[in-house]
Ligand binder design. Structure first.
Ligand code: AMP
Length: 180
């Protein structure tokens, strides 16, 4: 596809994402990607446009962040010929884990990864649907580094620029397909 076709496809993807006001609580505008996932062409093109950025970069593992990150990370991993690693909320993974705590609006939460998920020096792509404050993605960077992996890049479908999550991730490459 030409660059012009890619730009119009990105506009298409943006237009199909649904804003749900006051979910899960008042004041939050939830970016609902289910209409995008339900559209075969838009879903396929979303994966193609993200994975296309990373071909030939030696990425061997794609990390998906629970839960919507899994949906995007799995086909991206297949496209790149890489393995898929789930990063999950505390208590969900069955084997031995390492953990990273991160701040929420009120209080904190913990993400976990299997302790044998990465080999030393392995190149990792982190994938999630939305970047808001950046707390989640920066906790996942810490998990990768605790296991001796290298964060090659962070790929996000939707970046909420006004929340400045990118500032928490300085020092890492960050690509987002759609920005608000
Ligand atoms: P943060 O740690 O603040 O960057 O939040 C990112 C995580 O929360 C991602 O895993 C998103 O799936 C979710 N998230 C945050 N804000 C939104 C939003 N407005 N719409 C949908 N998901 C969101």
């Amino acid at each position: 596809m030409s660059e012009t076709q890619n730009i119009s496809m990105i506009e298409n993807i943006k237009s199909i994402i649904r804003d749900v006001p006051d979910f899960p609580k008042k004041g939050i505008i939830f970016k609902d990607i289910t209409p995008l996932l339900a559209s075969p062409e838009t879903f396929r093109e979303t994966i193609r446009l993200i994975a296309g950025k990373y071909k030939g970069r030696g990425i061997t593992k794609v990390l998906g962040i629970e839960a919507r990150g899994f949906i995007l990370a799995a086909p991206i991993a297949v496209e790149l010929g890489a393995g898929l690693i789930p990063v999950r909320k505390k208590g969900k993974l069955p084997y031995k884990t390492v953990s990273a705590a991160y701040a929420l609006e009120y209080g904190e939460d913990t993400l976990q990864i299997h302790e044998d998920a990465l080999k030393n020096g392995e190149k990792v792509l982190i994938v999630d649907d939305v970047l808001a404050t950046g707390g989640t993605a920066s906790a996942v960077c810490r998990l990768v580094e605790q296991l001796g992996g290298k964060v090659e890049s962070i790929a996000i479908l939707i970046e909420l620029e006004f929340l400045k999550g990118r500032d928490k991730l300085s020092g890492y490459e960050l690509f987002s397909l759609i920005k608000y």
